[in-house]
Design a protein around this ligand. Structure first.
Ligand code: AGP
Length: 615
């Protein structure tokens, strides 16, 4: 969703802000803008379209504007009001005193707007944000130019979610920020202060970051950050050191971040296994901080997440069930969980999974579970993210920054960590047999090499993608451990190739969807050589009888599968529960190459945002 970048320092602000916006482009946006504090005025430049166009417009500014040392920038993902230059941020108050950018949704903006209009204030945009901007200007005047009091009063009036970043015309080298519900991170590098929606925008300046808490404000000047609660009380805050390399957030030699990130997956697996290999090891126990004996009282485990992360939880659920069917385990979609009458309490353990740690529905679900007295654990890829700070026990996935909007390596990091977490919990419960433990650890250890061998066969997958890119649509089918993969394979194609693609448990096809099949719809079937191979192959035959071209992903050496496919990709054998770690890579590469063949904007697909911070 929207991206924010602010700078208050001694260097020209424009380039720093544009760079910060570029690094957050992957969040998804449709327009962009920047406001620069010049000698006696604030210059505001906006565009519909890309940050590169904004940069071009900024480069045409006169030297006095280009030299401005304070400024704020924004990429907008439209919610209220069409995609127009006027609706793009920054917004200015009618008196020109406040200039503001916003990420989130102000739910009472209509009320505020009509109230302000009744006082004679003229609105120029259709956005919810402008109400906050106009109101702040009024409050600033009422409080005689006391920014802290005006900000407190503003935050008390606003309902909804917001990260606000503001400049006041008469405060030349200062920026104010407020956060409730939408992420915001601030930093001080010794000579300048920065703020952004996403930490990756700040890593080239410092790795010591201040993640704003709920209902927290900060003022930024070249001499440092000052933090306050919404009531105006001062706060002392410690920076969190983020151990990410800024090079990790660069594309390097690759055409797309997504392709680079797919290729990083063997390393993600290696790191995850190294960090948590021994099932009852110190690292997992330390991160989880779960008291010994807790698992004796746990009757129910809920895995909760959205999108791709929710498919990772399905992988975890399947593995848990395959190892111990004596525990009530479910995988829940956070946007549903939060509104259902879900069971919870001291006999329930809920695991919330979010790569960004900022997904609004997952956060709301975690807050609900806490109120029920449920034991909560978070799995996230971003240290310092909201979920990391709000949920008492967090285990960090080790994927490093992911820039492509379509999740790839973070999914791999999640399923690696979740598998080890499941094994840890079952071992605590005393229900993981030594045989299963050794078998799975051995299997996990061999994965990075097997995954690497698959990546080296990209050419085969590319040819298949080019051959089938003209299909009217796709069905992904499979059984049990393959079902989460069918969902992920179909989602990747929807996200980056914009092609209709459905995921079905193979046995479900004949209960309806098979009616759609003809020679224009391609079926991708996941058929590893397990006890369910024959069953799935029968379902494949049912599809082929309806003339649907069929691609099979089958186990190496399964020559018998050849007779059931128009095209086949053999993948390395592994333990049945671990097939998702292998089957995933061809599906990601297939979606990537279909999208590339169709000339799609792979890293920034239309209409999508990397962090979904509104519900
Ligand atoms: C995956 O490709 C998507 N970008 C999306 O489904 C994503 O997984 C979902 O929005 C959840 O995000 P999170 O893991 O950051 O919570």
């Amino acid at each position: 969703m929207c991206g924010i970048m602010g700078y208050a320092g001694k260097k020209p602000a424009a380039g720093i802000i544009i760079d910060g916006l570029k690094r957050q482009e992957y969040r998804g946006y449709d327009s962009a803008g920047i406001a620069l504090r010049c000698d006696s005025e604030i210059v505001n430049v906006k565009v519909v379209g890309r940050v590169s166009e904004l940069a071009r417009k900024v480069s045409e500014l006169p030297p006095e504007s280009a030299g401005a040392i304070t400024g704020i920038g924004h990429t907008r993902w439209a919610t209220h009001g069409g995609v127009t230059e006027t609706n793009a941020h920054p917004h200015e108050s009618a008196d020109g005193m406040t200039v503001l950018v916003h990420n989130g949704i102000i739910e009472n903006s209509r009320e505020l707007r009509s109230n302000l209009e009744s006082k004679g204030i003229k609105f120029v945009t259709e956005t919810d944000t402008e109400a906050a901007c106009q109101l702040l200007a009024l409050l600033y005047k009422d409080y005689g130019g006391d920014a802290l009091r005006a900000m407190s009063a503003l935050t008390a009036e606003l309902r909804g979610a917001f990260a606000l970043v503001i400049m006041f015309l008469d405060r030349p080298n200062e920026i104010w920020c407020a956060r409730k519900g939408s992420p915001l991170v601030a930093a001080f590098d010794g000579g300048a202060c920065y703020c952004a929606s996403d930490p990756t925008a700040l890593l080239r300046y410092t790795h010591d970051l201040f993640f704003l808490e709920e209902e927290e404000m900060v003022s930024l000047t070249p001499s440092g950050c000052k933090f306050f609660g919404f009531e105006g009380q001062k706060r002392i805050k410690k920076a969190i050191h983020l151990n990410w390399d800024s090079v990790m957030a660069d594309k390097g030699q690759y055409e797309h971040f997504m392709r680079k990130e797919i290729g990083e997956q063997p390393d993600v697996m290696r790191l995850t296994i190294e960090a948590h290999t021994i099932v009852a090891n110190v690292a997992m126990r330390k991160s989880l901080n779960i008291p010994r004996g807790l698992m004796d009282s746990i009757r129910r485990i809920q895995f909760v997440a959205c999108g791709t992360s929710s498919y990772a939880t399905l992988v975890a659920k399947n593995i848990m069930e395959s190892l111990d069917n004596g525990i009530d385990v479910s995988a829940e979609i956070a946007s549903e969980y939060r509104y259902r009458n879900v069971p919870g309490g001291g006999d329930t353990l809920a695991v919330f999974v979010s790569q960004s740690g900022e997904t609004a529905d997952t956060l709301a679900a975690a807050r609900l579970a806490k109120t029920l007295g449920t034991h909560c654990v978070a799995i996230t890829n971003v240290r310092g993210s909201t979920i990391d700070r709000e949920v008492e026990h967090t285990v960090l996935s080790l994927a490093g920054p992911e820039i492509g909007v379509a999740a790839t390596k973070t999914f791999m990091g999640q399923i690696g960590l979740l598998t080890l977490l499941v094994m840890f919990l079952l071992k605590e419960k005393g229900s993981l047999s030594a045989g299963d433990e050794a078998r799975l650890i051995g299997g996990l250890r061999s994965l990075p090499t097997l995954q690497q061998s698959l990546l080296e066969r990209e050419g085969e997958i590319k040819s298949l993608a080019e051959k089938y890119a003209g299909s009217k649509g796709f069905f992904f089918i499979g059984r049990r451990e393959c079902v989460p993969l069918t969902m992920e394979g179909a989602l990747k194609l929807k996200e980056i190739a914009y092609l209709p693609s459905e995921a079905y448990a193979a046995g479900e096809m004949k209960h309806g969807p098979i009616a759609m099949l003809d020679e224009h719809l391609t079926v991708v079937a996941l058929v590893p050589d397990t006890d369910l191979r024959e069953k799935t192959l029968s379902n494949v035959e049912e599809c082929r009888a309806r003339n649907a071209p069929t691609i099979l992903i089958a186990s190496e050496g399964d020559e018998g599968a050849l007779a059931h496919a128009d095209d086949i990709l053999f993948v390395p054998r592994t333990e049945p529960e671990l097939f998702p770690f292998i089957g995933l890579i061809p599906l990601q590469l297939f979606a990537y190459h279909v999208a590339r063949t169709l000339g799609r904007d792979i890293d920034m697909p239309r209409n999508l945002a990397k962090s979904v911070t509104v519900e």
